[in-house]
Design a binder for this molecule. Structure first.
Ligand SMILES: [Zn+2]
Length: 220
């Protein structure tokens, strides 16, 4: 297992893959060939952020998560990278919170984080995105459009300079959101990343499977 590293960058960063200006601070991964890549392009944006501070919760969340990443920030004074927290699967974090639930402080923190997560999202926007998914992919299992829309909304709401919801609702953007979901949920893609596969290799491995599911979802 290799630790995927995410860096919080304080300079202006442009994603080497999608070209997006990421604002400051920018959360990035470093691709061996391309350089700085945004979390969306790196396929890590579906992960939830758990700040360091609760060792038991962090340990359990990472253990439950098929894919996780360590978040690092450069500490100028000490001239070294310092660990800020981890990115883990939402479900893994919830499971870990349940496991730690005997501890009331953890429960309070969990409630606070859940409220923060919800506040980030614009309900109306999620609904229109979900409807668009349902229109384009009538064969998708019930409820999936909401899960996909929530992630897509997080992606478009958190960015400086990416406010146009029209852009986000075009057919290509919807298709990309659905493909990302299928990769994470219906294939071994995340496991391949954890095993150290490069993204392009992992995508190639699951491409056929994703295309077949897309076709199926497009049928009524
Ligand atoms: Zn990008």
């Amino acid at each position: 297992m290799k630790d995927i590293k995410v860096f919080i960058a304080h300079r202006e960063v442009q994603c080497a893959e999608c070209g997006e200006q990421l604002g400051r601070p920018a959360w990035i991964t470093l691709d061996s060939q391309k350089g700085a890549v945004c979390l969306s392009c790196a396929d890590l944006e579906h992960l939830a952020y758990l700040p360091a501070g609760n060792t038991a919760l962090t340990r359990r969340a990472r253990k439950n998560s098929r894919l996780s990443a360590v978040v690092l920030k450069w500490a100028r004074a000490r001239k070294q990278y310092e660990r800020q927290g981890v990115l883990v699967e939402e479900g893994a974090l919830q499971q870990a919170e349940v496991e730690c639930a005997a501890d009331e402080t953890v429960r309070a923190a969990a409630r606070e984080r859940a409220a923060e997560r919800r506040a980030e999202l614009d309900d109306k926007y999620i609904e229109s995105f979900a409807r668009r998914i349902r229109d384009m992919y009538p064969g998708a299992p019930a409820g999936r459009e909401m899960a996909i829309a929530v992630h897509a909304c997080r992606k478009y709401s958190g960015r400086v300079g990416r406010s146009s919801s029209a852009k986000a609702l075009d057919a290509e953007a919807v298709k990309l959101a659905v493909i990302a979901h299928l990769r994470h949920v219906e294939t071994d893609y995340d496991v391949l990343l954890t095993k150290g596969y490069e993204r392009y290799e992992a995508r190639e491995q699951v491409r056929q499977q994703v295309e077949e599911m897309l076709d199926k979802w497009q049928e009524v």
